[in-house]
Write a protein that binds this ligand. Structure first.
Ligand SMILES: Cc1ncc(C[n+]2csc(CCOP(=O)(O)OP(=O)(O)O)c2C)c(N)n1
Length: 571
C-alpha cells in the first residue's frame, strides 16, 4: 500500500509507518481488543513488518530481547491492554536490568474509559515506570510520530533499555495527516567527549600500576568496544576479566584473558580482583554477583569506572576516577595515553594462581564414573563448536547457566545471551526464537534446565509456525530446580523444599510440536547426538538426563567476600 503524504491515515497506520521508518523488520506479539486497530493496519504492512505470533506475551517480550541482543538493534513487541500488557512486565523488567534496547507497544482502552476499571484496563504506564527508561501513554494520535521517534532514540542511546508506548484504542483509530519529526532531542548527551582531566588521571593510574586488571562488562559489547578493548589490553599488558554479560567481549583464548569473576567465577579471577592495585571497570555495573560483599571487594585497588550511566559511577564501589561515557569512545580516547607495558611479574603471579586452581579440574570425571554429568554435555558442546559454523548460545537461569558460562570458550561479542540481571527463568527458548530470526545463517544453541524449559516451552509452537530450523535445544534435565536445590543442599541441611520436579517426556513433547526430539542418558551418546543436531535441518530438542545432584563450583556463598570461595561441598 502506498499513501501519499497528504492523505489521512489511522493512528495505527501511523504506528506501522513509523516502525518502518525506524528500520523495524520483525515484531513479536499477540493481538486482543485494545490493539486490534494496530493488527488491522499490520495486515497492510505485512510485506515490510513481519509479525511473529507468540504463544504468550512473555515469550514475545523475550523473543524481542533475543532479537535485540543478537542483532544490536532495537527489539519490538506488542500486546493488548490488561493481561496482555501485564504479561509483558517480566521481559520489560528483564530488559531493564540487562540494558537491552526494546520498544514495547501496548493497546489501551478507549480514552473515554481510562480510569473507570473498564474491561481489560490496567495502568501499564504506571506499573512499568520503575522498569522502563520511559513510558508513554498516547491518547492523541498526532503525538505518535514524535513519540515513536523518541522511544526508539531513548531505547537505543545512552544506557540502552526498554521504552513502553501505551496507545488508546481511539488514538489508533483517529484519522490524521502525520507530521514526521526530523530528529529527536532526546538523549543528546551522547557523544559528549570524556573530560581530558579524567582521561589523564585514569591513564596515569594505569601507567604506574604494578598489578592492574580490566573488568569488562556488557557495555563493551553494547558499544562495539571489543576491538579497542583488545588494543588497550595488548598495549598495557593488563589481564582482562569478563563478567557474565561481558563474555565474548574479549576472546577467552587470548593470553591476557582470565575468565569470569564473581559468585561462580574462577578462584584465580577472584583472587586477582582481591590483589590488584588498579581496576579499570569498563561497562559493568559492579553487580553483587560480581563483587560479593562490597565492603571487601578489591580492597587494594584504586578503581577507574567507565560507564555510560552516570548514576552507576560510585553507586556501589567507591571510585578514584569515574568517567561517564560510551565505552568505545572512552577507550579510544584513553588508548593513546597509555604506555606500553608487559607486567611480566603480575601476569606470572596470576597464571600461577590459575594453574593452582585449575578451573576445569573442579569437574574432573572420577575414574569409573558412569553417570552422565551436566559438564560432560557442556564440554562436548564446546568441543563441537570447532568443527561447525557460526553459533550463538542462549542459556536460561540456574546451574546450567553457570556451567555454560564456565565451560564454553567465549570468543565473539553477542555469542552469549542470557538473563543476567533479573535472572529470569523461561528466558532462553523465546529469546532463541528472536535470535534465530536475527541470525538466520547461524546455529542458535539453547542450554536450559528442566525447570526453565517448562516455563515457556510453548514457544516451540511459534518456532514451528515460523518455520525456524536453526535452533537446537539442550535440556540439562536433573529433575530438580537445580540451583535452588544446590543452595538447600549446601546451606539448608538438604531440605529439598519445593525443588524436586517432574516433567513430561520432553522428546515426545518436541515431536508433538513438529520438531525432532531425543533422549540421552549415557555419556557415550553425547557427541554423536550433538553431531546429529548440528546437521539436522530443523529444531532439535535433546533431553539430557543428567546426574540429579551435581553442583556448581566454585561458589561464593551469598553475602560473603569473593575471597572466600567454596571449591567443593561444605562438610
Ligand atoms: C521466573 C523465576 N522464578 C524463580 C526463579 C528462582 N530460581 C533461580 S534458579 C532456579 C532453578 C532453576 O532450575 P532449572 O531450570 O531446572 O535449572 P537448573 O538449575 O537445574 O540447571 C530457580 C527456581 C527464577 N530465577 N526465575
Amino acid at each position: 500500500m502506498t499513501v501519499s503524504s497528504s492523505q489521512t491515515r489511522s493512528g495505527a497506520q501511523v504506528i506501522c509507518e513509523a516502525l518502518v521508518r525506524e528500520g523495524v523488520e520483525v515484531l513479536f506479539g499477540i493481538p486482543g481488543g485494545a490493539i486490534m486497530p494496530l493488527y488491522h493496519a499490520l495486515w497492510e504492512y505485512r510485506d515490510r513488518l513481519h509479525h511473529v505470533l507468540c504463544r504468550h506475551e512473555q515469550g514475545a517480550g523475550h523473543a524481542a530481547e533475543g532479537y535485540a541482543r543478537a542483532s544490536g538493534r532495537v527489539g519490538v513487541c506488542i500486546g493488548t491492554s490488561g493481561p496482555g500488557a501485564t504479561n509483558l512486565v517480566t521481559p520489560i523488567a528483564d530488559a531493564f536490568m540487562d540494558s537491552t534496547p526494546l520498544v514495547v507497544i501496548t493497546g489501551q482502552v478507549h480514552s473515554a474509559l481510562l480510569g473507570t476499571d473498564a474491561f481489560q484496563e490496567t495502568d501499564i504506564t504506571g506499573i512499568t515506570i520503575p522498569i522502563t527508561k520511559h513510558s508513554y501513554l498516547v491518547t492523541d494520535a498526532h503525538e505518535l510520530p514524535r513519540v515513536i521517534r523518541e522511544a526508539f532514540h531513548l531505547a537505543s542511546s545512552g544506557r540502552t533499555g526498554p521504552v513502553l508506548i501505551d496507545v488508546t484504542k481511539d488514538a489508533q483509530q483517529t484519522r490524521l495527516v502525520p507530521e514526521w519529526p526530523a530528529s529527536s532531542d532526546a538523549g543528546r548527551m551522547d557523544g559528549t567527549p570524556p573530560a581530558d582531566r579524567l582521561l589523564r588521571h585514569a591513564a596515569r593510574l594505569l601507567n604506574v600500576s604494578a598489578r592492574p586488571l580490566i573488568l569488562a562488562g556488557n557495555g563493551v559489547i553494547q558499544s562495539g568496544a571489543h576491538h579497542v578493548l583488545m588494543a588497550v589490553a595488548e598495549r598495557t599488558g593488563v589481564p582482562v576479566v569478563t563478567t557474565l554479560h561481558g563474555l565474548g567481549a574479549f576472546p577467552q583464548d587470548h593470553p591476557l584473558s582470565l575468565g569470569m569473576p564473581g559468585m561462580h567465577g574462577w578462584v584465580h579471577v577472584n583472587r586477582a580482583l582481591q590483589s590488584c592495585d588498579v581496576l579499570l571497570n569498563v561497562g559493568s555495573r559492579f553487580d553483587d554477583r560480581v563483587t560479593g560483599k562490597v565492603a571487601t571487594f578489591a580492597p587494594r585497588a584504586r578503581v577507574i569506572h567507565v560507564d555510560v550511566d552516570a548514576s552507576e559511577i560510585g553507586k556501589l564501589v567507591p571510585v578514584t576516577v569515574g568517567i561517564r561515557g560510551d565505552a568505545r569512545q572512552v577507550l579510544e580516547a584513553l588508548l593513546p595515553r597509555l604506555e606500553s607495558r608487559a607486567h611480566h611479574a603480575w601476569r606470572a603471579e596470576v597464571r600461577e594462581m590459575q594453574a593452582t586452581h585449575q578451573p576445569r579440574q573442579t569437574y574432573a570425571r572420577r575414574d569409573g564414573e558412569r553417570r552422565l554429568m551436566p559438564y560432560d554435555v557442556l564440554r562436548a558442546l564446546n568441543a563441537s563448536f570447532a568443527s561447525h559454523g557460526q553459533y550463538r548460545v542462549i542459556s536460561d537461569v540456574g546451574q546450567h547457566q553457570m556451567w555454560t558460562a564456565q565451560l564454553l570458550d567465549w570468543r565473539r561479542p553477542r555469542s552469549h545471551i542470557t538473563s543476567g540481571g533479573a535472572g529470569t527463568m523461561g528466558f532462553a527458548v523465546p529469546a532463541a526464537l528472536g535470535a534465530a530470526l536475527a541470525a538466520p545463517d547461524e546455529t542458535i544453541w539453547v542450554v536450559v534446565g528442566d525447570g526453565g524449559f517448562q516455563m515457556t516451552n510453548q514457544e516451540l509452537a511459534t518456532l514451528q509456525q515460523e518455520g525456524i530450523r536453526n535452533v537446537k535445544i539442550a535440556i540439562i534435565n536433573n529433575g530438580y530446580l537445580g540451583m535452588v536445590r544446590q543452595w538447600q543442599e549446601l546451606f539448608e541441611q538438604r531440605r529439598y523444599s519445593g525443588t524436586p520436579l517432574s516433567a513430561p517426556d520432553f522428546a515426545m513433547l518436541a515431536r508433538a510440536y513438529g520438531h525432532h526430539g531425543v533422549v540421552v542418558d549415557r555419556v557415550e551418546q553425547v557427541s554423536d547426538v550433538l553431531t546429529h543436531a548440528w546437521s539436522h535441518d530443523g529444531v532439535v530438542v535433546i533431553d539430557f538426563r543428567v546426574e540429579r545432584e551435581a553442583n556448581v563450583f566454585p561458589m561464593v556463598p551469598a553475602g560473603s567476600s569473593i575471597g572466600e570461595m567454596l571449591t567443593g561441598p561444605v562438610s
